[in-house]
Design a binder for this molecule. Sequence first.
Ligand code: GRF
Length: 203
Amino acid sequence: MTTNIAVLVSGRGSNLQSVIDNIESGYIRDARIAVVISDVGDAYALERARKHGITDVFIDPSDYASKHEYEKEMMEVLKDNDTDLILLAGYMRLIGKELIVAYRNRIINIHPALLPSFKGLHAQQQAFDYGVKVSGCTVHFVDEGMDTGPIILQRCVTVLDTDTADDLAARILIEEHRILPEAVRLFVEGKLKVEGRIVVHIN
Ligand code: GRF
């Protein structure tokens, strides 16, 4: 059976691209991106979706009286596309409770730091400013907290003496493009089991 994936985006969509490429190459099997949804009308991610013949939807939050109403509309789009898995790939909003409950352990986020350190925005800059010697990225299921859900995969990146924050972010991004597709593949193959806040990888 094919897993229908919805990808939520707000910006350039390089992580979306990594999933598209890994589906097209056959690394991720039995899955398709059913829809890409953006809260930003001119997000380049929407263009990427169109280039690959994927349905793209812009939902303008300012058209809705509340976050609840906005997410109700999003829920409709998710249902219309028979969504099995939601990926947050550079989606810059917190997900509301109803959506989390409806898709418990079926929403995956990519974060550019080694959680639980450096949650929230500009994580690469936060890590750089703190002076850590190692940072990286995390793929996790989304729960009610901000960047707090059960961790699926993490990858380390060494901070070099010569690095600027941008250099570090660029090297972290390379790893993001590896672990997000890897996590999607594990999910699609039914190899992830959530026990409390521990994600067990089934062989
Ligand atoms: C990535 O660094 C991701 O970890 C973070 O937002 C950025 C999105 O980049 N959540 P892109 O839109 O996937 O290129």
